[in-house]
Design a protein around this ligand. Structure first.
Ligand SMILES: Cc1ncc(COP(=O)(O)O)c(C=O)c1O
Length: 497
């Protein structure tokens, strides 16, 4: 035990010394007045950061059998230290006990598939936050947003080629969910202007939180208008009466690629104000045919790097007045995003940028590999089934990877954040219930205002979650006994755009 502790201290000092060497090497980059590590003194050349670094490394070194993790703020046990938090099908002090016949839970879009990437890049992605970091309500130039973080986000969009940012303002939000409401407010007519409230609409199947949030905040400015299907019939007459649709403005939420079916969507209503949710428009989830250039676009770190817990998203907005109204909303509701989060996100974006196109380090290559492998495994199992089928995604050229995605020959689609499952049998009217009976928790299509014949499986969760899903799906498909192959065999593909 003592030898292990001594080893840990040696490792820690070596790593801190290495950092210190890099730090000294870059000393010329420090603003005058800041001392280099060797001048600060203290153990391993560091002073106040050392204790925090020791605690962080000690916690990271605890072995949870690869099925759990210890967090610095985990609940303290009898020894006063936080213990392993186990993945859902594992238990025991070190998470080594597998729960038999565990139910697969693939309902949520929790992006833990990227956790192994950050464990692998632990040294470069760690951020030290001093006790006095940005205590003020405001940051540089009395803003609520870090200018440096904004600059790096712009660099990232240009390097990846997924959005045109040059003519747009950036507004940060506590996750993109906060920005959805900020933008609905910003695009709605002023409550005192005497205009009818804007109708907020989306095309089914859509991300259900749009409806839940809009209904919750429903007021004088806007109201939930349901799906676009009913309004699209009147497109022609609404067109002739300008963008206000003869009875109020429409604000259309368009998710592209879509959650839940992963397809690239476009607005349906003519003349509506569009909020384009681009949460999944990154090369690990979809091909990037060209940079997106809509008036209002939403992005989130939750899906880009997997840091959903940090709660950070941003909007690119062309019109200065709309951007100002959204920024005012953020000011009134929260005085902007936590400065601690902004600092952490700056470190994360920097490392994503530094590793772009670097072999074995590019986050998109890593994420794409995981998504593709998971999709192929699931698709291979489901393609033997007559009971269930998955959505089909047409191969297209990806400007980031500079090749067709999926690769030629693999016509079934090779990556997507969600599997949109259809139940094919007459008796499986409720696909969610049918899978629940087989110990698989999914998210019913009814929540997306789609038919109950559809349900969503998340492919974003941890490796353990995916492995349990594959066990349950394999059992399910093996229980079907047919002479001929299943309905969704690759030779019978019909693409759905
Ligand atoms: C389409 C879409 N938009 C927004 C969000 C919410 O993102 P955030 O974590 O940034 O609030 C999600 C989360 O699943 C999503 O799927």
């Amino acid at each position: 035990m003592e030898a292990a502790a001594a080893g840990l201290v040696l490792l820690l000092c070596t790593s801190l010394l290495l950092n210190a060497v890099v730090f000294v090497h870059h000393r010329s980059l420090l603003p005058s007045g800041l001392s280099s590590a060797s001048e600060i003194g203290g153990s391993c050349g560091l002073s106040w950061a050392l204790q925090a670094a020791k605690e962080a490394e000690a916690v990271a070194a605890v072995d949870c059998s690869g099925h759990g993790r210890v967090f610095l703020d985990g609940v303290a046990g009898e020894d006063g230290r936080p213990g392993c938090e186990c993945n859902r099908c594992f238990s025991g002090p070190d998470c080594s006990v597998r729960k038999p016949n565990c139910t697969a839970d693939v309902a949520s879009g929790d992006p833990l598939f990227l956790e192994p990437y950050w464990v692998r890049h632990a040294a470069s992605s760690a951020v030290v936050i001093s006790g006095w970091h940005r205590m003020s309500y405001t940051t540089t130039d009395r803003l609520y947003q870090s200018v440096e973080l904004e600059n790096h986000i712009r660099r990232l969009h240009r390097a990846v080629g997924n959005a045109v940012d040059g003519d747009k303002h950036i507004v940060f939000g506590t996750g993109s969910m906060q920005l959805v409401n900020a933008l609905v407010h910003a695009l709605s007519p002023d409550a005192n202007a005497g205009s009818p409230p804007a109708r907020v609409v989306a095309t089914a199947p859509y991300y259900p939180n749009y409806r839940k949030q809009t209904v919750m905040f429903d007021g004088r400015e806007y109201t939930w208008g349901g799906t676009t299907a009913g309004w699209a019939v009147n497109n022609a007459s609404r067109n002739s009466t300008s963008t206000t649709g003869g009875g109020g403005l429409f604000i259309e939420l368009v998710t592209s690629p879509n959650n839940p079916d992963a397809l690239l969507h476009k607005p349906v209503l003519h003349g509506s104000a569009v909020i384009s949710d681009r949460a999944y428009y990154w090369p690990h989830f979809t091909h990037i045919p060209e940079p997106a250039d809509e008036d209002v676009m939403l992005f989130t770190m939750s899906k880009l790097t997997g840091h959903a817990g940090s709660r950070f998203g941003w909007a690119l907005i062309r019109d200065a007045r709309v951007a100002k109204r959204a920024y005012d909303y953020l000011e009134q509701t929260s005085y902007g995003v936590s400065r601690d989060t902004q600092l952490r996100m700056l470190g994360i974006v920097k490392i994503v940028l530094a590793n772009l196109n670097v072999v074995d380090k590019d986050i998109f290559a890593f994420g794409h590999d995981v998504m593709r492998t998971r999709w192929r495994r699931l698709n291979a199992a489901v393609s033997r089934s007559r009971r269930f089928s998955l959505q089909k995604i047409r191969p297209q050229y990806c400007t980031y990877f500079k090749r067709l995605k999926p690769e030629p020959g693999n016509v079934s689609g090779d990556e997507t954040a969600y599997a949109w499952v259809e139940c094919e049998e007459e008796e499986d009217q409720d696909c969610y219930e049918a899978l629940l009976k087989e110990n698989i928790i999914t998210r019913s299509g009814v929540r997306n205002e789609a038919s109950s014949r559809y349900t969503r499986m998340s492919l974003l969760k941890s490796d353990d979650d995916f492995d349990v899903l594959m066990e349950r799906v394999t059992e399910l498909v093996n229980a079907e006994k047919y002479d001929a192959p299943g309905v969704s065999s690759w030779s019978e593909l019909i693409y759905v755009d």
